[in-house]
Structure formats: structure tokens, C-alpha cells
Write a protein that binds this ligand. Structure first.
Ligand code: DX5
Ligand code: ZN
Length: 228
């Protein structure tokens, strides 16, 4: 099955946009979320300082974002043994939870737990991890996240090899008859958004490209315009 809808100019909103609140001004979290109210998801990057070399934020910030916005909360857990905290993130307001295949010994159990909590289950992997690592769990997830930078920080440069990974995943999911989303995260800008959509991505995460000096609404609009 091919994916003509993703590149059909009459369906410019077929690709979902997920601004990462990692790049927003946390002192103005509520306003920043209002500015991106036209997005499809709010992407929430949780980092533990162990799985990645940075600590971002955790449950209280997710709960605050949940109170301030009705956007779908797309939580990306960059934490070791995420199974310890799935229920807490679900209760704090996550709508979808994505876990790293490198962070757990039991990826099927983790994604199954997310589904049992009534949330959309996602799996992801670092750019240096062979794509084959997620293949065994593809039939059991609602979303696959392709990391296009080494996770840990916003504002990094897009790794071009990610495009081929998206194409391969697109093929694998189509062969399975899966309608799981393919999300891309890291270094996404108006300059590469169209190519990612054409490769088969259905959700684009962007932090620094959205929350620039002219505000989240303008940044979001620039990404949308690049996709039409
Ligand atoms: C990276 C995070 C990303 C990051 C994206 O570890 O998972 O979501 O915030 O930021 P940009 O779009 O600035 O690369
Ligand atoms: Zn992320």
C-alpha cells in the first residue's frame, strides 16, 4: 500500500504537527500552549539524566500542561526502565506514551501496559540503534518514533540518514497493514518537513523551529506552510 494521502496537496493537514514544549518558556507555559492550540499534539520530552545526559522535567509539568491545554499530550519518555512510571504519567495527563526500546528489557510488556492504561502506545529508538530492534513490536504499537538526533537536547542538527529509516519503516508498516503513526523527532524544520512527509512520516515533532523569537503560532504556521 502506498501513501498518496501524505503528499496530496488537497490534504495539507494530513501530516500532524507536534511542537515540543522542551523549547518553550516554562515561566509562560500556559501562554505557550495557547499559542500552539492549532497543533495536533503537544510533545512532552521527559529526561532522567541517565538514559540521556540531561534532565528536563517530569510529572508536575505534564500535569500543569494538561490543566492549561486540551491538546493531545504526546509524552516521550527518555528514562531508564520506563515501566516504573507508566501509570503515573497516564494519571498526570498523558494521552500517548512512547518508550525507548533501549530503556527496557521487555518492550512488549511496556507497550502492552500503556494500552492497558487506555493510552496510545509508542515505541522509539536512538539513531544508532538498528531499525530491526523495533520490528518485533510493530504490530503492537500505535506509533513509531524515529529519533533524528541523539536524544537529550533541543536544537540539534537533523541526521539525514533518518529519511531512509522513515522509508523503511513505512514499508514495514504497510506490509503489516498497520496504520501506526510514524513520528520524527529532532532537527525538524520547514526545510526538511516536506521530505519527511514524502518519506512516509505522519507526525513531525519540532521544538526550536516552533518556539522561536516570534512565538509558537508563527513557528507552527511556517511548518504548515512548508507541508502544503
Ligand atoms: C530531543 C527531544 C526532542 C527535541 C526536539 O531529545 O526528544 O523532542 O525537543 O527539539 P528540536 O526540534 O529543537 O530538535
Ligand atoms: Zn521528543
Amino acid at each position: 500500500m502506498s501513501v498518496p494521502a501524505q503528499s496530496d496537496p488537497i490534504l495539507p493537514h494530513a501530516v500532524k504537527l507536534a511542537p515540543s514544549i522542551l523549547s518553550c518558556d516554562f515561566a509562560r507555559l500556559g501562554e505557550e500552549l495557547q499559542a500552539i492550540a492549532g497543533a495536533d499534539y503537544a510533545h512532552v520530552d521527559v529526561m532522567d539524566g541517565t538514559f540521556v545526559p540531561n534532565i528536563s522535567f517530569g510529572l508536575p509539568i505534564l500535569a500543569a500542561a494538561r490543566r492549561a491545554s486540551s491538546l493531545f499530550m504526546d509524552v516521550h519518555l527518555m528514562i531508564e526502565r520506563p515501566e516504573r512510571y507508566l501509570r503515573d504519567f497516564a494519571e498526570a495527563g498523558a494521552d500517548g506514551i512512547t518508550v525507548h526500546v533501549e530503556a527496557t528489557q521487555h518492550i512488549h510488556r511496556a507497550v502492552q501496559s500503556i494500552r492497558e492504561l487506555g493510552k496510545r502506545a509508542g515505541v522509539t529508538l536512538n539513531p544508532g540503534t538498528p531499525l530491526e530492534a523495533v520490528r518485533p513490536v510493530l504490530a503492537d504499537v500505535d506509533l513509531v518514533l524515529v529519533m533524528s538526533v541523539n536524544p537529550g537536547f533541543g536544537g540539534q542538527k537533523f541526521l539525514p540518514a533518518s529519511l531512509d529509516r522513515v522509508r523503511t519503516l513505512r514499508r514495514w508498516l504497510d506490509e503489516l497493514g498497520s496504520s501506526a503513526e510514524i513520528e520524527v523527532d529532532g532537527g525538524v524544520t520547514p526545510a526538511n518537513a516536506r521530505a519527511l512527509a514524502d518519506a512516509g512520516a505522519t507526525v513531525l515533532v519540532a521544538g526550536s523551529a516552533v518556539f522561536g523569537p516570534d512565538g509558537g503560532a508563527a513557528g507552527l504556521q511556517r511548518l504548515r506552510a512548508a507541508l502544503v
